[in-house]
Design a protein around this ligand. Structure first.
Ligand code: NAP
Length: 482
């Protein structure tokens, strides 16, 4: 089936595909070619209020369904995603730009969270607590938090949303989703398949358009009881303050600045392979991308020359073409930002060790390796979000830990070493939510994904992932003694 089957304009509100009240639309553009792929309803306050109203109504029946029934619907949704993996992947590459092989991987990855939470839905167990006095019994129930607003970025248009909707629905919540305006089509496809799988009208709504208006309505509504956000730390902070007025539950999956530390005793070939996967996947546009590559003096020359050879083999181009390993960045604005970071580093003394050939088009950036990078450069302090690998040397373990933790972020970190004692020491010392040891790809549905410090709070996936969508209710039953 061609991906055009999944092209939807409009917005999906309360089980209906609809237009914005004022009939305005905006284009979705393929970043590799500049072609317009679709036009989407330019929604705002009014449509968001409709979606919230539909979610409030749908939530009651959805949460009243037996967990096994909700699990069955989620499982059917998962199966439809897998059955349609190829057209969904092509749609994703068309709107986002990543290589098709990665897009296929993202569809499977997003679906794995739906499968996982279909299984977890049946295990939302409460507790019976031994009461301190004999005439009472104490019980703890777990109940859905209520209507959830989900706001997601463009870098994983399928998986970031699947990772939120799946636990919300498993817990018995209804959702109103605002995907990124650059990549709404994969979100609409998810909603269309959810409808086919039997998710009742109103349980999932998806709309985008006038971002600030939608955000204000979602954050100020007293009917929305939780906001789950994945995106930049700056927008996350604004949304946190906007949610304060209605004291909402929140989960924040924000930006990162991952250190990638290679010790003298590491398997250097494995470290280069791990770095290539962590750094250049999605053209460097992932929140867990290696951002600062710290290499110990004794292996610096070997590591940097092997890295340059690997980067030379990267083919840059339209993600639909065979063999392409690096697609375009999401927009020209993103290219300007990344080019600015390279210029800033070079002005302050960094050297370009390698700058590969780029494909033609305004959204492409050459894969680049920089060396002699230092903490006063923006490539070191900012999230790069592009195919740029900055290298710096270190001498001791303490120095590596100090540099690695010298950031406001705390999402992913990576370390390559064969010393087991060091693995423990450094694993415990890194101020990060996730540590990859001798591994560059760490995320999967069974593990808790999330950050500390200004990378946010809350965890997605794993046995902990449902907690963010559940309230604990304590019931004290008295008068038990006769
Ligand atoms: P972004 O600019 O923060 O946008 C994320 C989402 O928030 C988009 O849907 C955006 O809508 C929306 N948004 C922006 N301003 C808003 C407002 N005032 N009210 C309501 N919604 C608002 O981030 P991005 O550039 O799309 O994504 C890249 C960032 O996401 C990076 O920092 C990356 O590290 C982070 N990220 C984190 C994780 C994680 O799990 N920790 C995973 C992936 C990405 P528009 O598209 O309409 O602007």
């Amino acid at each position: 089936m061609a991906y055009e089957h999944f092209l939807r304009g409009g917005a999906f509100i309360g089980g209906q595909w609809s237009q914005a009240e004022d009939r305005t639309e905006f284009p979705v553009v393929n970043p590799a070619t500049g072609e317009e792929i679709a036009r989407v309803a330019n929604c705002g306050r009014q449509e968001t209020a409709q979606a919230i109203g539909a979610a409030v109504r749908a939530q009651r029946e959805w949460s009243a369904l037996p967990a096994k029934k909700r699990a069955g619907v989620l499982r059917a949704w998962h199966d439809l995603l897998i059955a349609n993996q190829e057209p969904l992947a092509r749609l994703l590459t068309a709107e986002q730009g990543k290589p098709l092989a990665e897009a296929r991987g993202e569809i499977a990855y997003g679906a794995s969270y739906i499968e996982w939470f279909a299984e977890e839905a049946k295990r939302i167990n409460g507790d019976v607590i031994p009461a301190p006095s004999g005439d009472k019994r104490a019980i703890c129930l777990k109940q859905p938090v209520g209507v959830v607003a989900c706001i997601t970025p463009w870098n994983f248009p399928n998986a970031m949303l699947a990772r939120k909707i799946a636990p919300a629905l498993a817990a018995g919540c209804a959702v109103v989703c605002k995907p990124a305006n650059e990549t709404p089509l994969s979100a609409f496809a998810l909603a269309a398949l959810a409808e086919d799988a039997g998710v009742p009208a109103g349980v999932i709504s998806v709309l985008c358009g006038r971002t600030e208006e939608i955000g204000r309505e979602l954050t100020s509504s007293k009917s929305v009881r939780k906001l789950t956000f994945t995106g930049s730390t700056a927008v996350g902070k604004k949304l946190m303050s906007d949610c304060a007025g209605s004291v909402k539950r929140m989960s924040m999956e924000l930006g990162g600045n991952a250190p990638f530390i290679v010790f003298d005793d590491a398997d250097i070939d494995a470290a280069v392979t791990g770095l290539m996967a962590s750094k250049f996947r999605n053209a460097g546009q992932t929140c867990v991308c290696a951002n600062r590559i710290l290499v110990q003096d004794g292996v610096y020359d070997e590591f940097s020359s092997k890295l340059v050879r690997a980067v030379q083999n990267l083919k840059v181009g339209d993600g639909m073409e065979d063999g392409v390993g690096v697609g375009p960045l999401i927009s020209e604005k993103a290219v300007e930002k990344v080019s600015g970071l390279i210029e800033d580093a070079c002005e302050k003394g960094a050297k370009v060790l390698y700058a590969g050939a780029s494909a033609s088009g305004p959204c492409f950036v050459n894969p680049t390796v920089l060396e002699d990078v230092s903490a006063d450069m923006r490539v070191f302090t900012d999230e790069i979000f592009g195919p740029v690998a900055p290298l710096a040397r270190f001498a001791t373990e303490d120095e590596a830990i100090r540099i690695a933790n010298d950031t406001d972020y705390g999402l992913a970190s990576y370390v390559y070493t064969r010393d087991m004692a060091r693995i423990w020491r450094i694993g415990e010392s890194l101020e990060y939510g996730m540590v990859g040891v001798n591994e560059g790809i760490i995320s999967n549905e069974a593990a808790p994904f999330g950050g500390v410090k200004e990378s946010g709070f809350g965890r997605e996936g794993s046995k902990y992932g449902l907690d963010d969508y559940l309230e604990l209710k304590y019931m004290c039953i008295g008068g038990i003694d006769k």
